[in-house]
Each structure stands twice: as structure tokens, then as C-alpha cells.
Write a protein that binds this ligand. Structure first.
Ligand code: GDP
Ligand code: MN
Length: 396
């Protein structure tokens, strides 16, 4: 589960990580009130108005703007709220902005130039250890840095038995070229950041940029936080931060039905039980000249009701030109699934896409009979290849 920047920053702050202070606003009037309050608390005259959507690269898309007066705050917030923000990380239609973060300007002039760094905390899956990845090249696309100047990206791995050790935090500050107050600030920053990561059961923190202000404070200016869904039951307060407006409505509905569904761009809907079989089925569709419209795992214990729910969800995608149902009846009996498909088909009435059903396993023969005798526009297949051929046939 992803958090908005403002939620991520609040989480970090609660663990003692210094952040650029801000207040979230739903409309231009609230933005002005927020700006006034920030001026009272921090003394700042300038504010940044930042679109709150689950996508990075907002600055490039015009979703982050500097306001030098309350009039600016009002007009910029008014512009950004309601816009469809297109960034390198969104689709061409962009993401609708429902709220902005009004934040203090922290790039104020002073003894030294503000400097931007990159820092993320994530799991190194090859050895199962958390690591801190960081770079002097902050504020820009880290993928680009990795390509052009890979020697400017550092990693620090953390032994789960000891946790982050003080010398490691100092090493980070040293490699970033810091000294004096900024060095101490950075060791504190890294230490609290790592603590926040572990204690919130996150799977990704990406702070780009981490800022050294002109008076040597180290703070998070941006925060991308991804929480581990499997640990959300331990964090009821964090689970409540979910913003369903940011998610695909079909995916949300599927989740509520206990289905594992991912929306894709293709034209062949698939309903499969088991993630491995789902991957193989998607390959099969591609070989047959189609493109999968979705990944859908109905689960190993799929019953007729779940099949029906899955069926309805697939059909909500207007791009679907055919549906391939590929179910292995191990725990679930094939005849039950077949009956579920037939019932769903009849209940829904106006299904006008061809359906290919391959049921293998317990009672597969009865299932095939049910399908073949249903009088519906449903093709049955026994073998994998046969299913592929039929997909090809219906796509024409
Ligand atoms: P992203 O584009 O979605 O990654 O959003 P960020 O939160 O990283 O903001 C984009 C850029 O806005 C940053 O890289 C900064 O250059 C700029 N920015 C953010 N906060 C401030 C600020 O307080 N003052 C000024 N002048 N620029 C800021
Ligand atoms: Mn950023």
C-alpha cells in the first residue's frame, strides 16, 4: 500500500526524522489558511504547493509550484487541485489531483547553497537484507543516475541481528561529503529513517530529495512510502491512511472479493487459479497472438461464487474481446467451477465475448459435459495448446 507524500512525512516525523513542514488542503481557501499557519509556526514567507497523488515526477508535470505570496498560494492551489496531472510515472490521461500539500519553502538562501541528496531504504531480495541506497545526486531521476554515473550511488546493508550500527550511519554522512553540524544531522536522519522503516513494516522508503538547507539542517523534502500489505494487520492506524481514489476501481473491488487482480492493457481476459498457472496462461495468450487484459488469480480454493465474482470483474473491462478460463481442479472440483461459469453467464445475460474454458483435474469430464451441453457461447478445451488455438480462432 502506498502513502501520499504528506502521510509519509507524518510517519517519518513521528519517528524523529526532520521533514519539510506542511499542511494538506482540499481547496484554495484551505491552502491559504494552511499557508498562514505555516508562516506563524516557521516564519516562512514562501510556500511550495505540491499535488498529492500516488505518482512521482510531479515537479516535471507542473504539480509542484513555488508560491511567493498568499495570492500565489490561492491561485496555484486552485490550478493544481482538480487538474489531471501527467508525469513520467502516470498514464497519458494523468491522475486527478484531489488535494495539495502546502509546505514551507526550505530552499531559502544562507551561508551555503542548499544541496539535494537521494536516499532510499529497501529490501535487497538477493540476500534478504535491508539496505540504504543513497547518492549525492538528489532531486533527479535515480534510474538516470544509475545509468550515467553508477559510482555515485552507494549502498549500506544492514545485518538483521544487529540493526543499523552507528558507524554505518556515520559512513553514509561521510560518503555524502558532509562535516560539522550537517554530518551530525545526517547520522541522526539516517538512524531515525531506518527505525521508521523497520517499525512501520515498510517495503520501500524513497526520499528524493533529502535536503541540506543553507543552515545545515538535513530534512526530507519528498517521501514515497510503500507499506508491506502483509503486515498491515499490525498497523491499524496506517491501514486507515489508504486512499482508494488513487487505485484502479476494478482492482479495489477485486480486493474486496478476495481476488488477486491486476489490470493490464490487452484484450483477452483471464481467470486462473494459482499465480504460477496465471503466468503460464498469460504466456499462452501472447503466443496465440493476444495480449492479456488482466492478471487474475481466483485462488486455490476458488468456489462457484468467487468464479462468478471474478467473471463479473473481468467483464467490466471494455477492452476484453475474449475470456480464457484456465482452472486446475485440485481442491475445487471442476464441475463446481463449470456450474459457476454457467450460472454467472446466465445471470449476467448480455455477455457478447467468446469464452474458452479449460478445466483440468477433479471431475474435469463432468465439467466439460456441463459446458458443452449448456447451450452457451462457451468453448471447452482439455489441453493447454487446444485452449491457445481456440483463443487464436476467436480473435480471428
Ligand atoms: P516529485 O517531482 O514528485 O519528486 O516531487 P518533489 O517533492 O521531489 O519536488 C520536486 C522538486 O520541487 C524538488 O526536487 C525541488 O527541486 C522542488 N522543491 C521542493 N520543495 C521546495 C521548496 O521548499 N522550495 C523550492 N524552491 N523548491 C522546492
Ligand atoms: Mn521527489
Amino acid at each position: 500500500m502506498n502513502l501520499h507524500e504528506y502521510q509519509g512525512k507524518e510517519l517519518l516525523s513521528s519517528f524523529g526524522v526532520r521533514i519539510q513542514r506542511g499542511i494538506v488542503a482540499q481547496n484554495a481557501e484551505e491552502a491559504v489558511t494552511a499557508a498562514k499557519q505555516l508562516t506563524e509556526e516557521t516564519g516562512t514567507g514562501w510556500h511550495v504547493i505540491k499535488a498529492q497523488v500516488h505518482a512521482g515526477g510531479r515537479g516535471k508535470g507542473g504539480g509542484v509550484k513555488l508560491a511567493k505570496s498568499l495570492d500565489d498560494v490561492k491561485s496555484l492551489a486552485g490550478q493544481i487541485i482538480g487538474m489531471d496531472l501527467v508525469t513520467p510515472q502516470t498514464s497519458a490521461e494523468g491522475k486527478r489531483v484531489h488535494q495539495v500539500l502546502v509546505a514551507e519553502d526550505v530552499y531559502y538562501p544562507g551561508d551555503s547553497e542548499p544541496e539535494e541528496y537521494y536516499m532510499s531504504v529497501l529490501l535487497n531480495r538477493s540476500n534478504g537484507r535491508n539496505m540504504i541506497m543513497y547518492s549525492t545526486e538528489g532531486g533527479m531521476d535515480i534510474e538516470q543516475v544509475a545509468e550515467d554515473t553508477p559510482h555515485l550511488i552507494f549502498t549500506e546493508e544492514i545485518d538483521p541481528a544487529t540493526g543499523l550500527l552507528p558507524f554505518q550511519a556515520r559512513k553514509v554522512a561521510f560518503n555524502l561529503g558532509l562535516s560539522g553540524t550537517a554530518f551530525k544531522e545526517m547520522t541522526r536522519f539516517v538512524t531515525s529513517l531506518y527505525k521508521a522503516y523497520v517499525q512501520s513494516d515498510s517495503s520501500l522508503f524513497e526520499i528524493n530529495p533529502v535536503l541540506k538547507t543553507s543552515d545545515d539542517k538535513i530534512m526530507a523534502v519528498d517521501a514515497k512510502v510503500t507499506l508491506d500489505d502483509n503486515a498491515l494487520f499490525r498497523h491499524k492506524d496506517l491501514a486507515e491512511l489508504r486512499d482508494k481514489r488513487e487505485e484502479s476501481p476494478i482492482e479495489v473491488e477485486a480486493g474486496e472479493q478476495g481476488l488477486n487482480y491486476v489490470d493490464l492493457d490487452g484484450n483477452v481476459g483471464c481467470m486462473v487459479n494459482g499465480a504460477g498457472l496465471a503466468m503460464a496462461t498469460m504466456d499462452l495468450i501472447k503466443q496465440a497472438g493476444g495480449e492479456p487484459a488482466n492478471f487474475l488469480d481466483v485462488g486455490g480454493t476458488a468456489d462457484a461464487a468467487r468464479v462468478e465474482a471474478a467473471f463479473k470483474i473481468i467483464l467490466r473491462d471494455p477492452n476484453v474481446k475474449a475470456i480464457l478460463i484456465n482452472i486446475f481442479g485440485g481442491i475445487v472440483r471442476c464441475d463446481r467451477v463449470a456450474q459457476g461459469v454457467i450460472d454467472a453467464y446466465k445471470n449476467m445475460g448480455n455477455i457478447n465475448v467468446p469464452i474458452i474454458v479449460r478445466l483440468q483435474g477433479t471431475n474435469a469430464d463432468i465439467a466439460k459435459e456441463l459446458i458443452d451441453n449448456s447451450g452457451l457461447d462457451v468453448l471447452s478445451a482439455t489441453e493447454f495448446q487446444e485452449a491457445a488455438d481456440k483463443v487464436q480462432q476467436v480473435l480471428g
